[in-house]
Design a binder for this molecule. Sequence first.
Ligand SMILES: *Cc1c(COP(=O)(O)O)cnc(C)c1O
Length: 339
Amino acid sequence: MTIMKSEDRFRLGEDKVLPVALADVERAAARIHGRVTRAPLVASPTLSERTGQPVHLKLETRQPIGAFKLRGAMNAILSLDDTARQRGLVTASTGNHGRAVAYAARELGVPAVICMSSLVPDNKVEAIRALGAQICIVGASQDDAQEEVERLVRTSGLTPIPPFDDVDVVAGQGTIGLEIVEDLPDLATVLVPLSGGGLAGGIAAAVKALKPQAHVIGISMERGAAMHAAIKAGKPVAIREEETLADSLGGGIGLANRVTFAICRDLLDDIVLLTEDEIAAGIRHAARQEGEVVEGAGAVGIAAILAGKVQLSGPTAVIVSGGNIDAETHRHIIGRSTG
Ligand SMILES: *Cc1c(COP(=O)(O)O)cnc(C)c1O
């Protein structure tokens, strides 16, 4: 589903100053060098044969926390001044962003508090506790946890590390774009999982500056595609959150979004939406054909190709953004023969 023709969109991008530029991404790359994994870009013979174009997978599943979010969190934390950093960090994410903040904080020797509601399952709580963060259980919803973050920022002077709507976080995620262009200089298309838009926005900022002709396509699930709804409406809108296999893509973009909405609106060439069955097929393909354990959010690029929902015109990079999927869910999905 094309929202705007890429030529129009690119013209928009050219005469506007976006909040994150190539130079920001390059500085982020220098800052986080040696502290995050340079994830491999590997050829996918099966997807290449299927599409008739060379398809490569960027395996962010290889990051020490199993997802790309370490890049943005590490860059944001390293960009703080020393005093702010030593006072400690706080966030409310129980997913990959929470893991990223906990891991980066431990690596850098600074305290981190991760706030979560009493409804968060034990295994998620323990995964973050095991990374050395202080856990703060409060209230019965994600909103309650977020309120506690704001209270701790006011009362304890902790520094919040946002999951996506932050220039340093976006620039950190954008380092993936630099690496892809370096490894695949004739890049034509990038397929990027899209939720809050930190990942897609950062990659688009880097790729569009280096390869203006390349297409950057965001992929979301049909169930609660917040950035897609916002771009269609011309402004951030409230969306109903629904359960999805791509759980790391859930949540809104924030009604007061400052950074990622403008970048995604101006730089993404298209946004593709997937059904739950299509996402399951992507997870299954990753396991059976590529030998990779990939979570729903990480499999949407592969899924979009399998579903025939993207047109590839040359060398393609698919961002496989994360692999943190519950073992039982994974077994159940790869055991299914179709769907
Ligand atoms: C957070 C996340 C995304 C989406 O990133 P945004 O910056 O919110 O768009 C995609 N895949 C995985 C595995 C994630 O954890």
